[in-house]
Ligand binder design. Structure first.
Ligand SMILES: [Zn+2]
Ligand SMILES: [Zn+2]
Ligand SMILES: [Zn+2]
Length: 138
């Protein structure tokens, strides 16, 4: 794992690389699964969840992370695809959660069904989650 990855990534997104931001981003880059606020605090041994929460909120605002609500109602954060920016997220893909280890994965490249609504209403967001057993838990 290259060490300059996280600071470089932040710079490209126009985010000042504070130690907390670098640590949080590095965690996401190394795990590639969804993490809740509590997961991030636990894994980084942070007792001050408000700092971590502000960092996660900034990352969502800047197009670094997107949020997913799991079937258990837990909010998780996961890395965005390359093209998300401050102007908007392009993470229109389903998610998969393992019912055993509760890991959450993005499924980019799977098209989302967008229904055409007869009354003229326009669908702007689609949430689609699959549950099952991941490769490691099978
Ligand atoms: Zn995004
Ligand atoms: Zn699993
Ligand atoms: Zn995703």
């Amino acid at each position: 794992m290259e060490d300059h990855g996280a600071p470089f990534f932040l710079k490209r997104k126009d985010i000042a690389a504070t130690p907390t931001r670098v640590m949080v981003l590095r965690l996401f880059l190394s795990q590639r699964t969804g993490l809740s606020l509590a997961n991030v605090c636990d894994q980084l041994y942070f007792s001050d969840s408000s700092t971590v929460f502000r960092t996660l909120r900034l990352f969502v605002h800047k197009g670094v992370l997107h949020t997913v609500v799991t079937p258990d109602g837990e909010r998780k954060y996961t890395l965005c695809q390359k093209d998300c920016t401050e102007k908007g997220h392009l993470d229109r893909h389903p998610h998969f959660s393992c019912q055993h280890c509760r890991k959450l994965f993005c499924l980019p490249g799977h098209p989302m069904p967008v229904p055409y609504l007869k009354d003229g209403s326009q669908v702007e967001d689609v949430y689609l989650s699959f549950g099952g057993v991941c490769n490691e838990c099978k």
